[in-house]
Structure formats: structure tokens, C-alpha cells
Design a protein around this ligand. Structure first.
Ligand code: NAD
Length: 482
């Protein structure tokens, strides 16, 4: 235990195992830091092997009971949890801003998005249908969908409320218990989501919350035959590693991994609206979003004009503590991010990129980085190939649609892609040609409860959200009867 006192309105941090909240005790701890101030917010208990074994045992016991609960009752609990999240939105949002850094406006939206997702799956639970196959008289063949079983879910820090909600809503609706390990950087937000479900009446063992040393937790949970599915959101490298661990016991996987979203800006776009949407979209969560617009391919005729206008608008974004309502962009979430930004931007400048705005850390407390635009960035620069996960735009010109598509599809990632054009034919062509799980045309907003969210290629597989997110928590059984 460290000797500081936790900040007053920040909760004591706990695990939730087999129906009980568990404090630090004699466990190891992780210090949770406010990225805007560097202040310690609290000590997080890290689960030991005995905690994980109790969670596995509780999940195994909860599974047959929970899958037997009628879908309408499972839905009613999710709906009540959604309402509790809305009722508690202000305090949840404040704590999320303090532990993750993004602005209060963004964390408020996150609470509402999490509630919207629970509402959606509350409805969807009753729509788990099967099929009856045509057979001779007196015979039947049935196709039924059953819950996959206990899920081990790992959620990252960048959407501290919505990521945990995504890992919980669909499996709980489907009848699966979940052991959730959110990121150690933002635990109070995940606790609030779990608390809403418990207060809504979710039985013990259906939703358990553990924090720990990520590699220890994932190895232990994924080695267990109790766990039937892995759900992970995070980097491609960690996703590949976890998929290998899951293969030993042939677990199902949903992997939402890194991206490097191309943005194709045609010369017929509405320039003012495009600049505004992209400047605001890039600042969202300081660029630490898997679908953040990043590689800007701008058609030659408007390249200089567009880059100058975007640099000017990005330079106007006010950076500061996300609790300040006048701020448009908060700090980065942890010290790893500004360190990565410095390396990638330095490498690009060394390879001939031009700095148009920003480019540096903001001195003082916290992990602040200036909104940054680099133009004329060559493909050899690391930043054109590695996900920067920060508030940086990299721009390069393109000639025609074929050239743009070739550049956009050049990388092994395929999560999100964007295009801006007022020409419907171009919009259709680009929508078809882009290799990505999600395409935004004249918009950077891609997430909605009813819309599948996920990638292709090395950005992962298996969508979350929408009916597809529920289907990913089900297995198929065929029953032939003569
Ligand atoms: P990281 O790769 O170390 O971790 C990413 C996430 O995976 C974290 O939440 C972490 O707790 C978890 N993790 C790491 N190792 C794990 C393991 N062995 N078992 C289980 N979970 C594990 O990177 P980071 O510094 O936290 O984040 C930076 C990179 O992660 C970014 O560059 C980005 O590519 C990726 N990322 C992606 C998303 C997304 O929404 N797809 C979100 C956050 C981070």
C-alpha cells in the first residue's frame, strides 16, 4: 500500500469476484494517475491467481443458471442497468475524465452510448431465433443458437466506459457470464458499469471484474477450459498473442485491433465542412481512437489549400484539462503515448515530412501533446505504417481514384476508412473499393448500437454491436429427429 490518500470523490478501487467487491488487502497495487495533472487518484488491487480461480469457478457455476433465465428477464436487467447509467451519468463521466483525460463532453457521450448499447441488447436478447428445416412428414431438423459459454473479455483504456459496456452487453444478453479485465489505467469507469448491472439485479458470477498484470490474467484465464470465448480490444500485436493462447483450447475469438484509417479527400468535397469534421474528429480523445482519421490523402488540386486550412483549424483547438468546459482536447492517457508521438514525428521529419502545426509535447504537468499536422509525408516514414494513436494528421497528395485506393489499401490494417466527396458516383466507388470493416463518407462518426463495429485483415475479426455482436456470443447446434 502507498501512503497517499485517494482523492475524495474518486471511489475506492475494487475487484468484483463471485458476487463480492474486494479491496486491496494484501494484494499488489497499481497506482491510477490523472493524466492531466500527474496526481495519484487511487490504488488499484491486482488480482492474484486465487482471485482468478475463484472467478473461473463462479463463472462456471453461473453459466447454466444464467442461460436458463428467460431472454425477456435478461433484457429487463440490461434495460434497468441502462437507466442507472443515465441516472449516474455526471459522476461516472467526471471520474472517467479524471482517469483517462478526454473531455467531459466526450465522457458524457460515452455514458449515453453505453446505456444505448445496453438498451439495444435488452431488445435483441429476445430475437435469438433458430430454423426448422424442411423434412419428410414426421421428421424434423432444427437449427438452434445457444450461448457460447463464459467469456474472458479484455478492454482497453481509450473508451473507459463504452469499451467495458461493449464487452458485457451482448454476452449477457446471449446468456453468457463474463470475466472482464478492463485496462488498469481507468478502473473506476469500468466499476461504475459493473455496479449498474449489479444494482439492476444481475445474479452473482454473471459479470465479474478483475484487474491485474495483463499477461498473467490473460494466460491464466485463457488456459482454463471454463472460458469458451476470448474478446479483446487493443493492439494488433497483443491480439495475435492472445489468439495464439486461445488456440490451445480452441476458444472462439472476437478481436478488435489496431487501425491506421485512411481519409480520402476529393477535390469536389465541401472544403469548410470537411476541415471542420476532420479537425474535431482528430482531436477526439487526443487521437487515441482505433478509428481515428490518420492518413490524409488529398487530391492534388486542393492539396495545399486543404492542408493550410486544416493546420489553421487544428492550431485553434484548445488543449487542457478535460474537466474545463472550454477545452477541446485533453491530455494523452499515459506517458507511453507522448513518448511514441515524439519518436514517430521525429522519424517523419527526418525523412522529409513538413511540419505544418504542433509537433511537440506541451511542457508542465500531464501528458499533453499539441494537435499536429505533417504534410508531404513519404511512405517510408514509420508514421505512414504504424498506428500513431495520437493527435497527429499525416498528409500526402494523390492524383486520381485508383491512386487513392492503392494508397488507402496499402497497409495490412482494415478497420476504418473515410472519404469526403460531394459526388455520389465517387462515393459509391470508394465505398466499394476500400478494404475496411467500416467506411465513413462525409462523416467520421462510425459507432452506433445497431451497427456492426469491427475490422478485417490485421485489424481483427468478429464485429461488436448490432445483431452481429450478439451472434458472436452464440454457437449453432443442429438437431435431427426422425
Ligand atoms: P498495449 O498493446 O500494451 O495494450 C493495449 C491494451 O491491451 C491495453 O488495454 C492493455 O492492458 C492490454 N494488454 C496488453 N498486453 C496484454 C496481455 N498480454 N493480455 C491481455 N491484455 C493485454 O498498448 P498501450 O500502450 O496500452 O496502447 C497503445 C496501442 O494499443 C495503440 O498504439 C493501439 O494500437 C492499441 N490500442 C488499440 C485500441 C483499440 O481501440 N483498438 C485501444 C487501446 C489501444
Amino acid at each position: 500500500m502507498t501512503d497517499h490518500q485517494p482523492t475524495s470523490d474518486y471511489p475506492a478501487l475494487k475487484l468484483h469476484v463471485d458476487g463480492a467487491w474486494i479491496g486491496v488487502g494484501d494484494r499488489r497495487v497499481h497506482q491510477v494517475i490523472d493524466p492531466a495533472t500527474g496526481q495519484v487518484l487511487g490504488d488499484l488491487p491486482l488480482a492474484d491467481m486465487a482471485d482468478l480461480d475463484r472467478a473461473l469457478d463462479a463463472a462456471a457455476r453461473a453459466y447454466p443458471r444464467w442461460r436458463a433465465v428467460p431472454a425477456l428477464e435478461r433484457g429487463a436487467i440490461l434495460r434497468k442497468a441502462a437507466q442507472l447509467l443515465r441516472d449516474r451519468a455526471e459522476s461516472i463521466a467526471r471520474n472517467a475524465t479524471r482517469e483517462e483525460g478526454k473531455t467531459l463532453a466526450e465522457t458524457r457521450i460515452e455514458v449515453m452510448a453505453a446505456a444505448g448499447l445496453f438498451d439495444f441488447y435488452a431488445e435483441e436478447a429476445r430475437r435469438i431465433y433458430g430454423r426448422v428445416l424442411v423434412r419428410p412428414a414426421g421428421q424434423r431438423s432444427l437449427v438452434v443458437h445457444e450461448p457460447v459459454g463464459p467469456v474472458a473479455a479484455f478492454a482497453p483504456w481509450n473508451f473507459p466506459i463504452h469499451n467495458p459496456a461493449r464487452k458485457l452487453g451482448a454476452p449477457i444478453a446471449a446468456g453468457c457470464p463474463v470475466i472482464l479485465k478492463p485496462a488498469e489505467e481507468a478502473p473506476a469507469s469500468a466499476m461504475a458499469v459493473v455496479q449498474a448491472l449489479i444494482d439492476a439485479g444481475l445474479p452473482d458470477g454473471v459479470c465479474q471484474l478483475v484487474f491485474g498484470v495483463p499477461d498473467e490474467v490473460s494466460r491464466h484465464l485463457l488456459a482454463s477450459p471454463v472460458i469458451r470465448k476470448l474478446s479483446f480490444t487493443g493492439s494488433t500485436s497483443v491480439g495475435k498473442h492472445l489468439m495464439k493462447l486461445a488456440a490451445d483450447t480452441m476458444k472462439r475469438t472476437t478481436l478488435e485491433l489496431g487501425g491506421h484509417a485512411p481519409v480520402i479527400i476529393f477535390d469536389d468535397c465541401d472544403l469548410d465542412r470537411t476541415v471542420e469534421a476532420l479537425a474535431v474528429g482528430k482531436a477526439r480523445n487526443a487521437g487515441q481512437v482505433c478509428v481515428s482519421p490518420t492518413r490524409f490523402y488529398v487530391q492534388e488540386g486542393i492539396y495545399e489549400r486543404f492542408v493550410a486550412a486544416l493546420a489553421e483549424r487544428m492550431g485553434q483547438i484548445r488543449v487542457g484539462n478535460g474537466l474545463d468546459p472550454a477545452v477541446g482536447m485533453g491530455p494523452m492517457a499515459n506517458p507511453r503515448r507522448p513518448a511514441a508521438m515524439a519518436q514517430l514525428i521525429g522519424d517523419a521529419l527526418g525523412k522529409g515530412a513538413r511540419l505544418r502545426t504542433g509537433g511537440e509535447a506541451i511542457p508542465g504537468a500531464g501528458y499533453f501533446w499539441q494537435p499536429t499536422l505533417l504534410s508531404d509525408v513519404p511512405n517510408e516514414a514509420r508514421i505512414m505504417n504504424e498506428e500513431p494513436f495520437g493527435p497527429v494528421v499525416v498528409a500526402a497528395p494523390f492524383r486520381d481514384l485508383d491512386d487513392a485506393v492503392e494508397q488507402a489499401n496499402r497497409l495490412p490494417f482494415g478497420l476504418a476508412a473515410f472519404a469526403f466527396t460531394e459526388n455520389a458516383r465517387r462515393a459509391n466507388l470508394i465505398g466499394d473499393a476500400i478494404e475496411a470493416g467500416m467506411v465513413g463518407i462525409n462523416t467520421v462518426l462510425l459507432a452506433a448500437p445497431d451497427a456492426p463495429f469491427g475490422g478485417i485483415k490485421e485489424s481483427g475479426h468478429g464485429a461488436e454491436d448490432g445483431p452481429e455482436g450478439l451472434a458472436a456470443c452464440l454457437v449453432t447446434k443442429t438437431i435431427h429427429q426422425v
